[in-house]
Design a protein around this ligand. Structure first.
Ligand code: GRF
Length: 210
């Protein structure tokens, strides 16, 4: 069995993916992992409330609180170390992690994106904008992607993907809700695979050992 995952979750919003992962840990669908810290750039993020309700350290950490990028990054890295973090889960985090953090945690940072990457990703492609773009394109499938995080938005190696059908009657909102349901299953599944040491990174691709 591989080392236990000590997870820091970074989130900017409501935190439903974080909640789904927490539930999977609590009901032992995921073993060998714990969430040791939740960080948000928004003081009023739902994710921080969920963390506090479960006695998980919850921190509001935002670049604006610091004089420079360097000070902010140094604080983020020190905080991660203080909490023994060895794995980072981005769950609706709308900021880009600094390159130093990406380097320090290379292949140990995952993100979930509400479309089938490499389509409909990149800067500005978040929230409802993603689903609007999918519907406007006429695509008949969308879905969710869990990927490793590198220095570019929505770019690192893909870990897991799952599709949903886009019907002619779908609106951006109805598609968002279908995709979110998929996310709540896909993200815990991906974390479980990491916790079980089954995810191997081979250059730009990921191999899942079953
Ligand atoms: C999800 O749709 C996720 O794909 C995206 O941001 C949203 C976060 O939702 N990265 P929540 O905060 O987990 O409810």
């Amino acid at each position: 069995m591989s080392d236990r995952l000590n997870i820091a979750v970074f989130a900017s919003g409501r935190g439903s993916n974080f909640q789904a992962i927490l539930t999977a840990i609590h009901n032992k669908t995921i073993t060998n992992a714990q969430i040791v810290l939740v960080v948000s750039n928004k003081a009023d993020a739902g994710a921080l409330d969920i963390a506090r309700a479960h006695n998980i350290p919850a921190l509001h950490l935002d670049r604006k609180q610091f004089a420079s990028d360097h000070e902010f990054t140094a604080t983020v890295l020190r905080t991660l170390e203080e909490h023994g973090v060895n794995f980072i889960v981005l769950a609706g985090y709308l900021k880009k992690l600094s390159n130093e953090v990406v380097r320090r945690y290379r292949n140990r940072i995952v993100n979930i994106h509400p479309a089938l990457l490499p389509a409909f990703g990149g800067k500005g492609m978040y929230g409802i904008h993603v689903h609007e773009a999918v519907i406007e394109s006429g695509a008949t499938v969308s879905g969710a992607t869990v990927h490793l995080v590198d220095e570019e938005y929505d770019h690192g190696p893909i870990v897991l993907q799952r599709e949903v059908e886009v019907t002619r009657t779908d609106t951006p909102e109805s598609l968002a809700s279908k995709v979110l349901q998929i996310e709540h299953r896909l993200y815990p599944e991906a974390i479980r695979l990491f916790a079980e040491g089954k995810v191997k990174v081979n250059g730009k691709t990921v191999v899942i050992e079953q």
